[in-house]
Structures are given as C-alpha cells and as structure tokens.
Design a protein around this ligand. Structure first.
Ligand code: GLN
Length: 280
C-alpha cells in the first residue's frame, strides 16, 4: 500500500471512532511510523510502505482509536522552545504551563545567576525550559514518581543541561536539600470529584498521581507551599500553577506561609492559572 491509501484508511478508522482531528492525527502517526516529516507524506503520496511501517501505523491508529493521546503515541511533545520526551509516566506538558516560563523570563535578566527548584518536575519541561533560556541558572527537580525522574533525566541529557541540573526522587515532605532563589511548581490540583469529568483522553491515560489534588484539590498545593516556604531564600520568588477556582484560597495559604502576593495570571482560556509571590 502507498502513503496516500494508508493515510485514507487511517483517517476513516479515526473518523468512525469519533476522534476529533482524524486527518491531522493520521498524518502525525504516519510520519512517525515511517520516520519522515509531514511534508514528506504530502509530497510523496505514491511511495510504498514496507510491512514494518504498515504494522507500526496500524498499531498506532488502534491505540489512538481508544483515546490514547498523540503525545504518548509518538513519545514527544513541544513545550516552549523545545521538544520533550514523554510517556505515560508523566503528564503531557500543557501550553498554559508556559505562562510560568514567560513570567520567569520577565523577572530575571539574561545574566542573573541563581538556584531554581521545581517541585513535582514530571517530564522536567518547566525547569529545563527555564535553564535553556537562562545560562547562569542552576536547577534542582524533585518528583515523587521514580519513573518520572528517569524521563526528566533523559530530557536533561537530550537538551545538554546535565551539568546544570540535578533530579531527585523524593516526596515533597522528605526533601530538605538546599536554599533557592526561585521555586516553581505545577502540582496536582484537580479535586477528587472533578477527576472523572476531565477529558477522556486525560483521565484514561495520564498519571493520576500528577493530576489528583486529593479530596478538596488542595492537599498537594498545601504541601508544596509549606515546603517552598521552608526552602526559599528571603526575597525569593515562588511561581505556582493552580486550578481555575483556587486563586483566593491559595493566596490565603501563601500569605499564612509568609509570602507576599505579586500577581495572579490568567491562562489563554481566561482562567486564573498562576500565582507569583515573594518570600518576605
Ligand atoms: N492542567 C491540567 C489539566 O487540566 C492539570 C494539571 C495539574 O493538576 N497540575 O489536565
């Protein structure tokens, strides 16, 4: 079978299963199966696929039909300026989380030298994106998931940041190393009852550990704030991603833990998404 025909089969299969972008998804999965970019597929419709490529593509289409996110099928996701390796052990980086990077870059000029801690680093996308942009920053990332630490280490190596970053497998409670000028975190903040209402692709495939904020959604945020308060230097900045309905309560907790609120930022959907504070 040639590229054109295989692609049509893929699109039809996804359409029948009501996947929302059948054409785009099929093109991405096909280009991944034959290890060529999308342009190659458009320009070479008559190219014949070998058996391995065909099997590969069919398997990916079957998995996509069941709702598995594209990022897990091709093991990569763009975030800020880089491509990150991802698998089911880590949350897929979200565009809204890029707000944290934007704010960091606004606060610190190119030649600032500092220590940054990322609590619940997952794929490492936040920490590594920051380090890529600021060559005098030194980073530490922690995560309770051992498997996610393998992913973040892999991404650090791939982005040539090995010499400026350390990753530790640790819960937030047990981590006690260092003092930091800047702390960032995108902790799990979805409340228990809302978990099942997330998009099917999210709830069925992404790690609950990275999403679930316990009964009221605040159980991990509370721990992260109190740890940040203990490990941050005086006048250090703390940038925290939060759920759309958590701003007021989180600001209250931050104040109780000795932080001054600089500002709250809305995401691209106009929801409160991020709070910037300073330790006083
Ligand atoms: N923003 C993510 C979602 O809506 C949740 C991320 C998190 O809990 N930190 O799927």
């Amino acid at each position: 079978m040639n590229i054109e025909n295989v692609l049509i089969e893929g699109i039809n299969a996804l359409q029948i299963s009501r996947v929302s972008n059948p054409q785009l998804d099929s093109e991405i999965l096909l280009s991944n199966s034959i290890n060529k970019d999308k342009k190659h597929i458009i320009l070479n419709p008559k190219e014949i696929l070998n058996t391995d490529q065909l099997t590969n593509f069919k398997n990916l289409i079957e998995r996509r039909k069941k709702g598995e996110p594209i990022a897990y099928l091709i093991n990569k996701k763009e975030f800020w300026n880089n491509e990150f390796f991802v698998n089911k052990d880590v949350l897929i980086p979200r565009p809204d989380t890029e707000l944290i990077i934007e704010e960091v870059l606004k606060i610190y000029s190119k030649n600032t030298q500092l220590q940054v801690l990322d609590i619940g680093t997952g794929s490492g996308c936040i920490l590594l994106s920051i380090l890529k942009e600021r060559s005098n920053f030194y980073g530490t990332g922690i995560d309770i998931s051992k498997k996610s630490i393998n992913v973040s280490k892999f991404n650090a190596k791939h982005l040539n940041l090995n010499n400026r970053v350390k990753f530790f497998h640790s819960s937030v409670d047990n981590f006690k190393i260092g003092k930091y000028d800047l702390i960032v975190s995108n902790p799990p903040y979805i409340e228990l009852l809302s978990l099942k209402y997330l998009e099917k692709d999210v709830v069925n495939f992404e790690p609950k550990l990275a999403l679930s904020g316990g009964f009221d959604g605040f159980s991990k945020i509370r721990k992260v704030i109190s740890k940040a308060s203990a490990l941050i230097k005086k006048n250090g900045k703390f940038i925290l991603e939060i759920g759309f309905n958590q701003k007021n309560k989180v600001m209250k907790i931050l104040k109780e833990e000795g932080f001054y609120i600089n500002k709250a930022i809305k995401d691209y959907g106009n929801n409160d998404r991020c709070i910037i504070s300073t330790k006083i």
